[in-house]
Design a protein around this ligand. Structure first.
Ligand code: TRH
Length: 377
């Protein structure tokens, strides 16, 4: 009998909660051979990252994962060998009782949000006692060897490199999205929350000597883009040109196609958690907009990552990167920091590759979870 895993995902907002759990579920099936049920309370969000899915189905099989609608009105099921509550979501009380009632109680894990902060390593894997004699373990993704690592599918970097070395594959992929950049254009993607700093960045791109082609997946930043373009609407796929800048809104694509988009671009602006990691695996310079938290708690996380990411950079590249990421995350003007970044572009490009290789030397998160389970047995 295959070891069974239940992953519970409560979609708070956006696509990161479902994005991470769907990716993890697929990998636990494909690479670890587990039987995985993914319980999700918002199937519409799931359908965005997995367009083949059925928004109405109470149960469906997608890429080997049994995807279940998680209803408020819970119908009892048998508890799995391993149970992941993603991002501290609240499991149904009846399900927790079923976990405890098993001959061998389930292994209960809380998968935490990604953070580069120092304390994460010390808390990774710690247990906490729960009612009914159960224990819950905290599992932290992270960038250092004392954490659970990052989600990275087997062969991902090989696939990425092959794609990037094949101009025809890139061209075909982009053409499928209706994108045909000029040969000399800097191709960039922009996946972001609302940001008052956008206009100042677009201004410098439009005035630049080098052409840029900006691809914007439809979503929260589009209103700022329209304001700058002085348009009321912009149909997906339509091209708008302002000076040296070409802008194009793209449809929201599957996770695998979003990877290809990141691999195709020279520069990627990403947000939240999962797209942030995927941009790192793309091996290209990136700009991260962190998910904003009350009382600016996210700024500590931003600084923690910046400290790690810039460790091996020159002072000039460090200064440029810090200025740009801080400006973007505070909604400040972007013109000056973008110009400074262009001056250290080759170094940042090389660094994106070496950072990616360094991170890929760690055990990936799915393998680390499987190992944690085996050690617990
Ligand atoms: O959508 P997000 O802003 O999600 C956020 C963060 O996860 C944040 O930490 C969390 O607290 C909050 O949600 C609730 O950004 P993120 O994490 O990058 O997730 C986006 C997902 O959407 C990711 O899996 C990539 C995927 N995606 C596609 O599949 N296709 C697309 O076209 C795009 C643009 C994204």
């Amino acid at each position: 009998m295959r070891v069974s895993w239940d992953i519970f995902c409560n979609v708070v907002d956006n696509y990161g909660d479902i994005g991470v759990t769907w990716r993890l579920a697929r990998q636990l099936v494909a690479e670890q051979g587990f039987a995985v049920r993914l319980w999700v309370d918002d199937l519409a969000a799931f359908c965005r990252v997995c367009p083949a899915a059925d928004e109405q189905a109470a149960a469906q099989l997608q890429q080997g994962v049994e995807v279940r609608r998680w209803c408020a009105d819970w119908s009892p099921v048998e508890a799995a060998d391993v149970v992941i509550e993603a991002f501290a979501c609240q499991l149904p009380a009846a399900y927790v009782a079923a976990m405890a009632a098993r001959v061998r109680p389930s292994l209960w894990l809380n998968l935490e949000y990604l953070s580069a902060e120092d304390w994460v390593g010390g808390c990774h894997g710690l247990p906490s006692l729960q009612p009914k004699g159960l224990q819950k373990f905290f599992f932290f993704p992270g960038f250092t060897s004392d954490t659970g690592g990052l989600l990275r599918e087997a062969g991902l970097l090989e696939r990425r490199r092959a794609f990037q070395q094949d101009p025809q594959a890139r061209q075909d992929f982009l053409r499928g999205l209706g994108v045909a950049p000029r040969a000399d254009a800097r191709l960039m993607s922009l996946f972001a929350y609302e940001n008052p700093g956008l206009a100042s960045w677009l201004d410098v791109l439009a005035a630049d000597v080098q052409p840029s082609h900006l691809l914007v997946p439809e979503g929260r930043i589009v209103a700022d883009l329209l304001r700058w373009l002085q348009l009321d609407a912009l149909a997906v796929g339509t091209v708008q040109v302002r000076g040296s800048l070409t802008v194009q809104v793209l449809p929201f694509v599957s996770q695998d196609d979003y990877d290809r988009l990141l691999w195709s671009c020279d520069f990627n602006a990403v947000r939240g958690e999962d797209s942030f990691v995927r941009a790192q695996w793309a091996g290209r310079p990136l700009l991260w907009q962190i998910y904003p938290q009350p009382e600016d708690a996210h700024l500590d996380k931003l600084e923690a990552f910046l400290a790690l990411y810039t460790e091996a950079l020159s002072p000039a590249a460090t200064a440029a990167l810090l200025a740009q990421w801080r400006a973007w995350n505070s909604g400040a003007v972007m013109g000056e920091s973008w110009q400074a970044l262009l001056e250290v572009w080759p170094e940042l490009t090389a660094h994106a590759q070496s950072w990616c290789s360094q991170q890929a030397a760690q055990t990936d998160l799915a393998a680390a979870l499987a190992q944690f389970y085996r050690n617990w047995l």
